[in-house]
Design a protein around this ligand. Structure first.
Ligand SMILES: *Cc1c(COP(=O)(O)O)cnc(C)c1O
Length: 473
């Protein structure tokens, strides 16, 4: 596969360069493949439910072609995915896609584990340590730290905004040892991201250290997230006996922050996944819903919310989405929706009351988006027209995608991406539903470990000084 750059389409490079570089240091742009090859339709149209790992191999293959032999790619996938994603129906037209069965209990395990193994594969033929710098708004850091822990030749430094992530998330980051460590920055996620981006464009620093990123800007994190869209949409398509709808529109509802997950959904659809549309669901950081409604893209500082892994005011992957599609195409394909903190609490509770399912604050926004759309919001939007709706208010934002009427006519099914185990947000969930979600064993164990996080001011000079004093060359 040839990879190009979101800022300069004359750039042509290979998978290794895209993965090991993270972003193009010359342009500051993000790598994207030049094409998204269709998966054989006989594979997609099989009536039997597919194997997740078989899908993973078939979807990864074109992107690694000529650079990772089939047997090595198979090994990478088997080692990355000892767990799977689960499709759980909660009513005849609503499916939770549980993406939290990996080691850190959030969907980022899917991307991070594949990326770590691909980087390790490519790093075997390099000399010296490869330093991964990663900014996290919560779950990225733990997934990346866990995925790279004890991987030889690789070294990980994680930056997170002090006090702006949940105590359990903080514990997951602060307890790493060995080749993985965390810096707790006195600032926001955007500040952390800026420190990392500045380091990547610091030519002097790059002469001293081999640097790479592990954020969702790395293409090797994005590609594997497309596997579960393909998997779940085929499983859901095969379950028509649940609802007896002929050929329902399949809508993926995606709780979004940096928009890596949603970009992966677009990749899956390009490759033939039977997905008719997407809902971009956000918290108060509704930069992308505003863009879809108004046509103007205004990145802004992030605002802290209960769905904190989505507290991103300037989503990096906007650049990829916009490189893949025009605003018009996006408007045909996407609905968008957002909730403030009150709305998130209400959604957590309502989901539990209506379905019995305990959802996390991120998934709750997606569930509520789907529930609202089906129960009048889309019909009102179509009746009133987009001009009459106010995009600055929470709820369904004024855009009518091609599949909107199918939702009104009850000819659509929704896949709600449940991105984290609700136990990662115990306090919020308990406040909403009156009881605590069950805590998985692997999270209980982490709570017992000692903290090692290093405090850091929001200052590039201090960050750079720390790197020079502490990283091995
Ligand atoms: C990271 C994260 C998101 C947002 O995913 P993006 O790819 O950044 O849009 C949503 N939910 C949870 C639990 C997350 O950790």
């Amino acid at each position: 596969m040839i990879y190009t750059d979101t800022r300069d389409s004359s750039v042509k490079t290979d998978f290794r360069t895209a993965v090991m570089g993270g972003m193009n240091p010359e342009t500051g742009g993000l790598y994207i493949p030049v094409s998204y090859p269709k998966i054989d339709s006989s594979f997609i149209n099989k009536a039997a439910d597919p194997s997740f790992r078989e899908i993973a191999f078939n979807m990864a293959k074109p992107y690694a072609e000529g650079e990772i032999p089939d047997q090595d790619l198979t090994d990478i996938i088997l080692d990355a995915y000892p767990f799977i994603s689960k499709v759980v129906p909660v009513d005849p037209v609503t499916y939770m896609l549980e993406l939290f069965h990996g080691p850190t209990c959030a969907f980022k395990d899917f991307g991070a584990r594949f990326m770590a193994r691909v980087m390790s594969y490519f790093n075997r033929s390099e000399s010296g340590t490869l330093h991964i710098l990663v900014a996290t708004s919560g779950d990225t850091g733990s997934a990346v730290g866990s995925a790279f822990h004890n991987v030889e030749g690789l070294d990980v430094t994680i930056l997170y905004p002090a006090g702006k992530i949940s105590p359990l998330q903080e514990k997951q980051l602060a307890t790493f040892t060995g080749n993985v460590r965390a810096l707790k920055v006195n600032g926001t996620f955007d500040d952390c991201q800026k420190l990392v981006k500045t380091a990547f464009t610091d030519a002097d620093l790059r002469k001293k250290f081999r640097l790479s990123s592990a954020n969702s800007i790395n293409i090797s994190r994005l590609l594997p997230q497309s596997f579960y869209y393909m998997y779940s949409s085929i499983v859901v398509r095969n379950r028509q006996h649940d609802n007896s709808i002929d050929n329902p529109a399949i809508i993926a509802v995606v709780p979004s922050g940096n928009f890596g997950n949603l970009t992966s959904g677009l990749i899956a659809r390009e490759m033939g996944a039977p997905i008719d549309g997407f809902v971009a669901a956000t918290n108060t950081n509704h930069t992308v819903p505003d863009w879809i409604a108004t046509g103007e893209y205004n990145p802004r500082p992030s605002v802290a919310t209960y769905a904190n892994a989505m507290d991103v005011g300037a989503p990096s992957n906007y650049e990829r989405i916009h490189a893949m599609y025009s605003l018009e195409q996006i408007r045909h394909l996407f609905a968008s929706y957002w909730l403030d903190n009150d709305g998130i609490m209400q959604a957590l509770k309502e989901c539990n009351v209506k379905t019995g399912y305990i959802i996390d604050p991120h998934g709750a926004i997606a569930w509520k988006a789907w529930d609202d759309m089906r129960h009048g919001a889309m019909e009102r939007l179509i009746a009133d027209g987009v001009q009459k709706s106010d995009y600055t208010k929470p709820g369904l934002t004024p855009n009518i995608p091609d599949w909107a009427q199918k939702v009104v006519d009850r000819k659509a099914v929704g896949i709600i991406l449940e991105t984290a185990n609700p136990a990662k947000f115990t306090a919020t969930v308990k406040e909403a539903i009156g009881r605590e979600p069950p805590m998985p064993e692997r999270l209980l164990e982490i709570m017992q470990l000692p903290d090692h996080a290093v405090p850091m001011e929001n200052s590039y000079a201090e960050f750079r000084g720390w790197l020079e004093a502490n990283l091995a060359q």
